[in-house]
Design a protein around this ligand. Structure first.
Ligand code: M6P
Ligand code: ZN
Length: 185
């Protein structure tokens, strides 16, 4: 059983103290998820990091993490997380926005979509059965904190195969939400 414990979260940078598991995702890890291929010379670019506050992988416990998505684009698309369904589809998740400007893109298997803002102070509820991906639409790092049941697990393959029904493209002023031409194909 875990002992009670405290982690200090830097609200501006998302850094955790003590620092535990850190996952780095580079553009190479996102290749195939953008409409355009990642150019070979950009494969090493850091897109986002996930810092975990671990907890046992069962339904009684609540792992949590901070994610920091760098600002940037591939073609007209913004840097984003891979996105996933939970392996246990009915497991929900909560996101607390900390800094930067982002969008939380959610979708069900039958093609319903929702796009919600992520910025300092937003609390987003991701119901079970909704795939979720976060997109940094701003010019600063996007930082948010997420909490989810320990047995949620990750299904990345469905999104890798089918994509999300919508994509976010850089617009003149506001980012545009447009149908994904490759969805389901
Ligand atoms: C949030 C949570 C994590 C997730 C991370 C990055 O912090 O949802 O569980 O790992 O975002 O998202 P992804 O795993 O889709 O790359
Ligand atoms: Zn999740």
């Amino acid at each position: 059983m875990l002992e009670p414990h405290t982690t200090i979260l830097d609200l501006a940078t998302g850094a955790l103290e003590p620092r535990r598991e850190l996952t780095e995702r580079r553009l190479a890890d996102l290749d195939g998820l953008f409409l355009e291929p990642v150019p070979p010379e950009r494969r090493g670019e850091l897109a986002y990091t996930v810092s975990l506050i671990p907890a046992p992988a069962d339904g009684a416990n609540l792992p949590s993490s901070t994610t920091v998505i760098r600002p940037g684009r591939v073609g007209e698309e913004f840097f984003m997380t891979k996105g996933h369904f939970h392996a246990r589809r009915d497991r929900a998740e909560i996101y607390l926005g900390l800094s930067g400007e982002g969008r939380l893109v959610m979708a069900t298997a039958d093609g319903r979509t929702a796009v919600e803002p992520v910025r300092a102070g937003t609390v987003s509820y991701v119901p079970g059965h909704w795939a979720h991906r976060t997109v940094n639409v701003g010019e600063e790092p996007l930082v948010f904190y997420a909490v989810y049941p320990g047995d949620a697990g990750y299904d990345y393959a469905t999104i890798e195969d089918e994509g999300f029904p919508v994509v976010l493209l850089a617009g003149e002023a506001e980012p545009r939400v447009v149908p994904n031409p490759r969805y389901g194909s």
